[in-house]
Design a protein around this ligand. Structure first.
Ligand code: C5P
Length: 243
């Protein structure tokens, strides 16, 4: 039986302010998606990789990922991350029994963490996520239009920014990828979400919607997500040099 990684890279990179899709942006001369794929391969926990790519950019991604072993397959992404993963799930091989879903936007995720997630999936544990304790206090505010990171939308005329709750930090974690799943459980979760119109902000939440337990294991700061130009600079400075 085998483990497949679905590497999501079909985002636009709008918040990064790049002309290219984020996954094609270079860090020290290497496309982000290639760095992420190489770390998946180095983990020795992954047998095949399916990369979700934005329609129209297939050739650029083929070039960015050329020469990797195992060779990666491309799946044309959809409008949302969830749609992209749905498309990739249809390309899983018959032999695949574990799936890691990983964001190309977290290119410096250490191979050791990738292996730990894969190894934690077992008969009893069908969903595994890496998570770190939050250091900020997290509050809920009244939001009527969705917030864009790094914008002031939260405090606009439509959103008054009024606090509705302060959450207990002791019980909160920030969740990273890769998230690892028993293949059947993940497929059921996506089928269920699609049938019921559930949109999750991660894959595990779709499994939670089935009432199936999800196990958190310690994450790693190096698995940080690159969303904004500042994130890109931080990732480059902190983790880009070790390559
Ligand atoms: O947009 P965000 O940074 O949250 O996206 C997380 C990951 O999902 C990124 O690696 C992005 O390329 C991927 N994605 C995707 N298909 C979409 C939107 C995002 O594969 N439609």
């Amino acid at each position: 039986m085998t483990t497949t990684a679905i590497l999501t890279a079909a985002g636009s990179g709008q918040r990064l302010g790049a002309e290219l899709p984020k996954a094609l942006v270079l860090i020290k001369g290497q496309p982000i998606v290639r760095i992420a794929a190489e770390n998946l391969i180095s983990s020795e926990a992954v047998d095949e990789i399916i990369v979700t790519v934005p329609a129209g950019y297939e050739a650029q991604f083929e070039t960015a990922l050329a020469g990797l072993k195992p060779a990666v397959m491309l799946a044309i992404g959809g409008e949302t991350r969830q749609d992209s993963i749905m498309a990739a799930l249809t390309q899983l091989s018959l032999a695949c029994d574990k799936v890691l879903v990983h964001d190309a936007a977290r290119p410096f995720t250490p191979p050791a963490l990738i292996a730990q997630v894969a190894n934690a999936i077992s008969g009893e544990v069908s969903a595994v996520i890496p998570a770190l304790p939050v250091t900020d206090t997290i509050k809920q505010v009244a939001v009527r239009i969705p917030a864009l990171p790094s914008s002031t939308t939260l405090y606009s005329a439509q959103n008054d920014g009024l606090v509705t709750a302060t959450l207990n930090r002791e019980t909160l974690v920030a969740v990273q990828t890769p998230q690892g799943f028993d293949r059947g459980v993940l497929e059921n979760a996506y089928r269920n979400a699609s049938g019921k119109g559930i949109q999750g902000t991660d894959d595990a939440s779709l499994v939670e919607a089935l009432g199936i337990p999800v196990k958190a294991i310690p994450g790693d700061a190096a698995a940080m997500k690159i969303t904004t130009p500042t994130d890109l600079k931080i990732a480059e400075l902190l983790y880009g040099g070790a390559r």
